[in-house]
Design a protein around this ligand. Structure first.
Ligand code: 13P
Length: 338
């Protein structure tokens, strides 16, 4: 393991005012996103849409440190033959790659899921390293009910995350470890706090067992939120305080950066929550973003598959990237949303 190289990548991923663009939607998920704007999902339409984001030069240079790609995208070339990874590298953003094979129904655990993809992962990581990947992502899915996630679900998912992380570091790729506690449900914010605490406690115990070098990892967690169907919703300050309280208890100071998923929050909520946490400050880790929907919803809608809309879509993406770049430094204000 080249610890220095891993640490340098991890620190670049959370450079001041920068965060990650999650553009690693699987073929099935990007089709669902395209369905909302009546665009047919083809290899070319997926390429054109993503290339448009990666060519939003100022946003990529100023606010995006890295992009999580799907297998198809890391191999794609633009219409003029330039690899998409070269376009992002030219703008100073690092290519990353989703390597899990998705969350599947967990045997013996009705209603729970376990993420697959460890078989053959060493060889796939070596290939991705050759294709330029500097970091990777593996997402575990944890649903909340009165009885879920079970101990068996937490153990299986965090064990897989730890084995993935060890394999990444062997390949000189920084692992983003993502134990996502899903916001759907009628649970309270206190229940989300309890489950997120359990997930992170399990995760760091398993990472220690597998000898993972924490300074060369990035954590991608959910925020501590009220369930989306809960009768009352915790406000911005409460979300910020409870999320930070949970992390101070569970996330070792050796971890260089925490980059949130947006998980279905509105664009502005995701920004406001991140900003509120950075305004509290006094944090041992950098706190930034790795948003998918909260960065892409606005440009996707503005684009709607029309070449003529590319400038408007790029402006929409640049705006959200800038707002989140400010939030990553506690410098955002609602008045900047315009
Ligand atoms: P969202 O921000 O849309 O939740 O996506 C981030 C991600 O990469 C989930 O794995």
């Amino acid at each position: 393991m080249n610890k220095q190289a891993l640490e340098a990548i991890a620190q670049a991923m959370v450079a001041d005012g920068q965060g990650i663009l999650a553009a690693d939607e699987s073929t099935g998920t990007i089709k669902k996103r395209f369905d909302t704007i009546n665009v047919t999902s083809t290899e070319d339409s997926r390429r054109d849409y993503r290339e448009m984001l990666f060519r939003t030069t100022e946003a990529m240079q100023e606010n995006i440190s890295g992009v999580i790609l799907f297998d198809e995208t890391i191999r794609q070339k633009s219409a003029d033959g330039t690899p998409l990874t070269q376009i992002m590298l030219d703008a100073g953003a690092l290519p990353g790659i989703k390597v899990d094979a998705g969350a599947k129904d967990m045997a013996g655990h009705a209603g729970e899921m376990v993420t697959e993809g460890l078989d053959g992962l060493r060889d796939r990581l070596a290939e991705y390293h050759g294709l330029g990947a500097k970091f990777a992502k593996w997402r575990a899915v944890l649903n909340i009910t009165d009885t879920h996630p079970s101990a068996g679900c937490l153990t299986a998912n965090t064990h897989a995350l730890a084995r993935y992380a060890a394999l990444c570091q062997e390949a000189e790729i920084v692992p983003i470890v993502e134990p996502e506690v899903i916001m759907d449900g009628s649970h309270s914010v206190e229940r989300c706090y309890e489950v997120t605490t359990a997930a992170l406690t399990h995760l760091y115990a398993r990472l220690a067992e597998q000898g993972v070098h924490l300074e060369g990892t990035i954590l991608k967690p959910n925020m501590v939120l009220s369930g989306s169907q809960h009768a009352t919703q915790a406000g911005v300050d409460q979300v910020a305080e409870m999320t930070l309280d949970c992390f101070h208890k569970c996330v070792p100071e050796a971890v260089p950066g925490i980059v949130f998923l947006s998980g279905g929050q509105s664009d502005v909520d995701a920004t406001a929550h991140l900003d509120a946490m950075n305004k509290i400050g006094g944090l041992p880790w950098k706190l930034s973003f790795s948003y998918g929907r909260a960065l892409q919803a606005a440009p996707l809608k503005a684009w709607s598959g029309e070449l003529a809309n590319v400038p408007a879509a790029q402006a929409a993406f640049a705006h959200r990237a800038k707002m989140n770049g400010l939030a990553a430094q506690g410098k955002w204000d609602a008045s900047l949303e315009g």
